[in-house]
Design a protein around this ligand. Structure first.
Ligand code: SF4
Ligand code: SF4
Length: 424
């Protein structure tokens, strides 16, 4: 059902020949123009540290931490060098030298990833606290500037009163009168499962409308990407093993509206399981072939069916999230489906990373903020009525910067507009 992913089959020992092709696509290097801040620089430094030729100090940690793990360099590299994977290994090696706050934060993250009920409770608590924060003129909330740099001024996610599992049943039948296309498994991830279920609801409704019986496994867990990106490999492996067991027991394509979850399931699970060897390797490879990003999956259907409701907005700008583009999403898919809905796409791709790269952006606010501002400005200047991005991190980052720039323009996942629940 799914094609092998570009970047999925990177040899672990590919050697950089310093051609420099990766430099122009790296959002971090494009901002700093410092060689050590480039993919090539990170490859050289991590290789030297791994070989014992360089003692890792604070500057090395900073360079490793500044990588947004966007995967743009892996696609650009003719030699198949997998820089993000080397960065993650370096972060794992650096864990013991981190300060107490970072180590405590990591331990809390591991606990939240391992216990979905605990994460749900933390999200609920966060939602209650966030409601007390003042909204800006566009109705958006931001963390106060007096907080540590990691959070100061960042956009606050809109936390739903109910998680996805309280909104939709475990099994959603195909819509009455639809052509039977079998069963699809929906992997919600944490953000769309617990924080903002709107895009997940939209995805499931669209799958049902297109003839799928949709199963939302209640025992699925966080995909583990936050742990992986932090170098917390044990936390990631635990999440991977749990999800492999859950998803391997079900038939049908595995659909995710979050491209980071999709890329974890499609690329990181088989890569890590192969590294470990053992029974998970076959399971992970089998799962990887079934995982699809939701918008691309719908666009690839033979005669996809879309609701007849008039969409809430008629002119949109689309941002192409890094993980969407570099981990199997078709950059034309959102625009193609939106055009079928009668929506005018005035901008399809900003050509920039928005800087909303999960833990990397939390650790590097000075890097992430200018990137977010630039993307928000580009989208606001396009004349669109809404800014779309098929990634929760991008929607939050772009929405936050639109608010800070004074633009009321909403930031949405394309699925919300395709589904049309929020129609005129
Ligand atoms: S993953 Fe992205 S941010 Fe990191 S080195 Fe590659 S292009 Fe740069
Ligand atoms: S594109 Fe690949 S081979 Fe060329 S400099 Fe970058 S990492 Fe090295």
């Amino acid at each position: 059902m799914s094609e092998p992913l570009p970047g999925a089959e990177r040899p672990a020992d590919a050697i950089c020949d310093h051609c420099g092709r990766c430099l122009s696509v790296c959002p971090v290097y494009r901002q700093s123009l410092v060689e050590t801040d480039s993919p090539r620089g990170r490859v050289e430094l991590t290789t030297a540290v791994a070989a014992g030729e360089l003692i890792p100090g604070p500057r090395f940690a900073e360079i490793v931490d500044r990588c947004l793990l966007c995967r743009a360099c892996t696609l650009a590299c003719p030699k198949g060098v997998d820089t993000p994977s080397r960065v993650i290994r370096a972060r794992a090696d650096l864990l013991r030298s981190r300060g107490l706050t970072a180590r405590l934060g990591g331990a809390v993250m591991d606990a939240l990833i391992a216990h979905r009920d605990l994460m749900a409770a933390a999200v609920r608590l966060g939602g209650m606290i966030f409601k007390g924060l003042p909204a800006d003129d566009t109705g958006r909330r931001h963390f106060p500037e007096y907080l540590p740099r990691m959070l100061a001024g960042r956009g606050v996610p809109p936390v739903s009163a109910r998680p996805l599992r309280k909104i939709l049943p475990v099994r959603v039948p195909r819509a009455a009168g639809s052509k039977n296309r079998g069963t699809a498994v929906f992997f919600s991830g944490c953000y769309y499962g617990l924080v903002d279920p709107g895009p997940a609801e939209a995805a499931v409704r669209l799958l049902s409308l297109n003839g799928f019986d949709v199963i939302i496994p209640p025992d699925q867990q966080c995909c583990g990407a936050p742990a992986l990106f932090s170098g917390r490999l044990e936390g990631f492996r635990a999440a991977m093993r749990r999800n492999l067991r859950v998803l391997a027991a079900l038939d049908g394509p595995v659909i995710s509206a979050c491209p980071t979850c999709a890329s974890a399931l499609r690329i990181d699970y088989p890569a890590e399981a192969d590294r470990l060897g053992g029974p998970e390797a076959d399971l992970a490879r089998g799962l990887a072939g079934r995982v699809r990003e939701a918008v691309t999956f719908l666009a690839d259907l033979d005669h996809p069916v879309l609701p007849g409701r008039e969409p809430a907005v008629n002119r949109v700008a689309i941002h192409q999230p890094c993980h969407f583009v570099h981990a199997g999403g078709d950059s034309q898919a959102p625009a193609d489906l939106l055009k079928r809905r009668g929506v005018d796409v005035v901008l399809n791709g900003t050509g920039l990373c928005c800087g909303g790269g999960g833990v990397s952006s939390l650790n590097n606010p000075d890097l992430a903020a200018p990137l977010g501002r630039a993307v928000a400005k580009t989208m606001a200047a396009s004349g669109a009525e809404a800014a779309l991005a098929a990634c929760p991190g991008c929607v939050l980052q772009i929405g936050s910067h639109l608010g800070r720039l004074g633009h009321a323009m909403p930031a949405l996942h394309p699925l919300e507009l395709l589904d049309g629940k929020e129609s005129k």
